[in-house]
Design a protein around this ligand. Structure first.
Ligand code: BGC
Length: 267
């Protein structure tokens, strides 16, 4: 390929895929502003959500997105999130997903299935880098902790805009329990807690994390960040705490951003 052809390939846009417990969502991300180009595309997560079944759905989503007019070149790497510890593309925990993921080289599996480079990143880490670059953490120096409240509790540790991966602060032990087992959004629904009751648990959780890390800013992500008015006003912390700005798209955007940073595709 000539230098000119190489240049004309559309690399400012990258496909990001967000693997969740109920849905697998993908979109084409414009890396300049972190916005999706066109609609996102979603397919329900197959059950059981084994690595092979999920890989097939990821391939279907990438195929749909790639067939769109102006889609990234077919050899452009694809970024994917996963709700577990990810080191060098291998999954090392499965708190809320099929246990067969542990030890799976997700990068290798998806790269083979898609026939193009794929790299996986922890879901909360993806949301965190997206918020740090395009959202509520933009321009904030020092430690920013992004805490996602969903099925579990995810966390992203950002320092001066850069990610310290796999922080797993949702699994801190608080009052004898794994924090996410009591204070996740799903635990609130399961236990039928009012927002006020729930904010007591969040206060306990965030005070502890604040004591450990003294961050400059907390960003609350996950589905219930859009209900932040219900619980943030009840909480007292010395650290500023704000809802995430990218909402549902943070995972897709962060997955695309992470792989773009790895491959130096961001201009
Ligand atoms: C997992 C994390 C994940 C979080 C949110 C936790 O149970 O251990 O890796 O980021 O849930 O999905």
């Amino acid at each position: 390929m000539s230098k000119k052809d190489e240049k004309s390939k559309n690399h400012a846009q990258v496909i990001g895929i967000d693997i969740g417990g109920t849905g697998i969502k993908g979109g084409i991300v414009n890396l300049k502003d972190g916005e999706l180009v066109g609609e996102r595309f979603r397919i329900p997560t197959p059950q059981p959500a084994t690595p092979e079944a999920v890989a097939a759905v990821v391939a279907q989503i990438v195929e749909e997105l790639s067939s769109r007019k102006g889609a990234p070149a077919k050899d452009t790497p694809v970024g994917v999130t996963f709700p577990g510890i990810i080191q060098h593309g291998v999954c090392w925990s499965a708190a809320n997903v099929d246990k067969s993921w542990v030890g799976t080289d997700i990068d290798a599996l998806f790269t083979k299935q898609l026939g193009r480079p794929v790299e996986v990143v922890n879901d909360a880490d993806a949301a965190g880098i997206a918020e740090a670059r395009y959202g509520a953490g933009k321009g904030v120096d020092g430690t920013v902790l992004v805490i996602t409240l969903g099925t579990g509790i995810g966390s992203a540790f950002i320092f001066n805009g850069r990610l310290v991966p796999n922080a797993e602060l949702g699994h801190l032990e608080i009052d004898g329990h794994d924090a996410e087992s009591k204070a996740s959004a799903v635990a609130r629904e399961r236990d039928g807690l009012s927002w006020e009751e729930y904010s007591v648990l969040l206060q306990r959780y965030f005070s502890h994390v604040e004591f450990l890390f003294s961050p400059e800013l907390f960003i609350v992500g996950g589905g219930i960040s859009k209900r932040a008015d219900e619980y943030l006003p009840h909480m007292k912390l010395r650290t500023k705490i704000v809802p995430a700005e990218l909402k549902n798209e943070a995972g897709i955007v962060g997955a695309a951003l992470q792989i773009a940073l790895q491959h130096k595709l961001t201009k």
